[in-house]
Design a protein around this ligand. Structure first.
Ligand SMILES: [Zn+2]
Ligand SMILES: [Zn+2]
Length: 183
């Protein structure tokens, strides 16, 4: 019985030093550190120490419970990474691949136009390019993450930033972008 208990606890201790559980704990501690960075130094230290002890003790006692959660988390991370890789390999042009402002051009009909890809300034200000999915017109939106859904094109079409960019004139995906202004 004692041997079982000792090996259970030693496995718990090992899992807070190495492996995915240890990684998760370090991530949590880092998050606590950044979220308490405005508070006093000593207070922050105390909070981090308390968090380390609680997480450590909890993990040593209940680590078998944590593994399914962590594996699930890792799986979804891997899936997201695969999706991102697919987009990177995609020959088509995406807004996330370009920055600054510059000239959009179509290789099929040689249409070209100055557009904004992504500009950012002080205090988190951002101006992001987006495209009407109906007529193809280029637009720009401030702080797009919470603004884009409310904005519409004059034609009534929805604006998107995550879809591949197409030529507004001939709708070809054989398009390019040349950056003129870096931000
Ligand atoms: Zn439109
Ligand atoms: Zn074109």
């Amino acid at each position: 019985m004692l041997i079982l208990l000792v090996s259970y606890i030693s496995l718990g201790i090992i899992s807070i030093i190495i492996g995915p559980v240890a990684g998760e704990i370090n991530d949590l501690i880092r998050q606590i550190k950044t979220s308490t960075s405005n508070t006093k130094r000593t207070n922050q230290k105390h909070k981090v120490i308390i968090a380390k002890i609680t997480l450590g003790v909890f993990t040593i006692l209940f680590y078998p419970l944590l593994y399914p959660i962590i594996f699930h988390h890792l799986k979804s991370l891997r899936r997201q990474k695969q999706l991102d890789n697919v987009k990177l390999l995609d020959y088509r042009l995406f807004f996330f691949k370009i920055s600054g402002s510059g000239v959009f051009s179509c290789n099929d009909c040689s249409f070209n136009q100055k557009i904004i890809a992504h500009l950012h300034g002080a205090k988190g200000w951002q101006l992001s390019g987006c495209q009407c999915q109906t007529c193809g017109k280029f637009h720009k939106t401030e702080n797009y993450s919470n603004n884009l859904e409310r904005q519409k094109c004059d034609c009534g079409g929805i604006l998107e930033r995550d879809n591949p960019i197409f030529c507004p004139k001939c709708r070809s995906f054989q398009v390019g972008y040349e950056m003129r202004i870096i931000t």
